[in-house]
Design a protein around this ligand. Sequence first.
Ligand SMILES: [Zn+2]
Length: 314
Amino acid sequence: MQKLSMLAGNVFSGVPLDRVDHLRTDTAWIEARLNDPASRFVPVWNQQSIVFDGAEPRAALNDRQSIAELLDSNAPLAFLGVTPDDGGIAHFAVDFSHLPEETLTARYTGGALMDLRDSVQLVPAHEASILAYARGLMYWHRKNGFCAACGHKSETRRAGHERVCTNPACGAVHFPRTDSAVIVLVHDGDDCLLCRQSHWPTGMHSTLAGFLEPGESLEEAVAREIFEESGVQVADVRYHSSQPWPFPASIMVGFMAKANSREINVDDKELEYAHWYGRDWLRNVVDSDDFRMPGKYSIARRLIGDWIDGNFQV
Ligand SMILES: [Zn+2]
């Protein structure tokens, strides 16, 4: 496994597990890990995780015995990986979405079902990345019970990292998919372009973003999305970093781009408005119902912060 410190990145990346792809097809090894008292199970319920709040909030990572009464053939499982440096403790995601909410809350006394956007602000970063991984993989299984090619049922393979169509005449193999989105800090001198969408939390402003389309490079998607949404033309598009974004199945590819024009012409189907904001104003602004930054865990916040502080050569 590569040293995680070399790959330090945004929140939700840096899963502290070796994914050991070559062991996913070793069914005897996987079965042994499933029954290993040391193995840990990450419960997912309708894309939410269980968090125990308190002085040191932690995510629920259970041994098998403690959730044995909840495990049955209706609970999809996927192998996540093994810890790299303490004997290789296997981690699995398990989806309990078929169970009533009361069953979960009764089992996890003192814990609360929580969306990842909330739990990421409580639990340690390494646990947030495991929750993101588990949530993303379990969402894919829930949405892909039937073959997209022929409509027959599909079933899990490779310890939960593939699904195969059960129709012998088809046999299509399906893989977990990740939808690419670009997210962009557009700058012009000491100003940057931020926007607001009407459905966002009160006062929240952020960078512009959009999905990559077929037949398009990431840089082209940056230029197209910025122009479509704001009317601003950009050049000198520079890659910054990326962030797994399992809401529900994306990766945010972050860029900084130099504006070639200033006039804003908003697509009001996409945005409530967009404005240029000065570096010094942003540096000193205090969150309020009129203006607040994106969550500190988000790549949007990092793009804005790195631009304000001059941490990224633009
Ligand atoms: Zn099929």
